[in-house]
Design a protein. Structure first.
Length: 223
């Protein structure tokens, strides 16, 4: 295959694959004043490469609204200059760039190139975060690993609902790995939906969490 054919093949892939086919549905968010060290802890704890930064009350939109994104590369770039004063809001210096689940993956690639970013926030019909799509997701779609079955579109995760006091459980992904759980302190979505403000059992930290398909809610509070 010559260079022109390869270019056309990549373009065709990006045209036919949708953002929803490759995006990650589990989201982790933090307040703008969270110290950089704690942002790093969130990434390592959840094994993720970016964290959504929420707007400060009265600044950059309404309180609790997603405002920016910190990717692992942003954190690495800021770490050498950190003197225990850097916060999530300072490092996430660029407002979030969004894309819809039904859009072509080529549209996501163009946005990443235009804004020089490696992560886009995927939003639903109401403008609420529904997932993250990364440059690595696009690379995997263009050149999937050999001997791997074709990626299929999975149905969107069910919308969990909860009440304060219920237990959020994140299922393990590897054999022998324990489940992770948290107490739900507040629900910020309609009809008790996500995002949830939770307190993690293993370290006592609180964070705003958008659960994915690997999460369930154990009812501990009577209706």
């Amino acid at each position: 295959m010559n260079e022109r054919d390869q270019t056309e093949s990549v373009a065709q892939t990006l045209e036919h694959v949708r953002v929803s086919d490759v995006m990650t549905s589990t989201l982790v968010a933090c307040a703008a004043d969270l110290p950089l060290r704690d942002v790093a802890e969130l990434m390592t704890r959840h094994r993720i490469h970016c964290v959504i930064v929420l707007a400060e009350p009265g600044v950059r939109g309404g309180p609790g609204e997603p405002w920016g994104v910190i990717a692992a590369l942003d954190l690495v770039g800021a770490a050498p200059f950190d003197e225990n004063q850097s916060t999530a809001g300072r490092v996430a210096g660029t407002p979030k760039i969004t894309v819809r689940p039904e859009e072509q993956l080529g549209r996501a690639a163009l946005l990443m190139s235009e804004y020089a970013t490696t992560h886009l926030v995927v939003v639903d019909d109401d403008g609420a975060p529904a997932g993250i799509v990364s440059a690595l997701d696009i690379a995997r779609a263009v050149a999937p690993p050999p001997a791997t079955p074709p990626r299929t579109t999975e149905p969107p995760p069910s919308r969990l609902s909860a009440r304060a006091g219920d237990r959020l459980v994140i299922q393990h992904h590897h054999i022998g790995e324990p489940e992770r759980d948290a107490e739900i302190l507040e629900t910020h979505g309609p009809e008790g939906g996500a995002p949830f403000l939770v307190r993690w059992t293993d370290n006592g930290r609180t964070s705003l969490f958008y659960p994915g398909s690997d999460a369930r809610v154990d009812r501990l509070v009577a209706p």
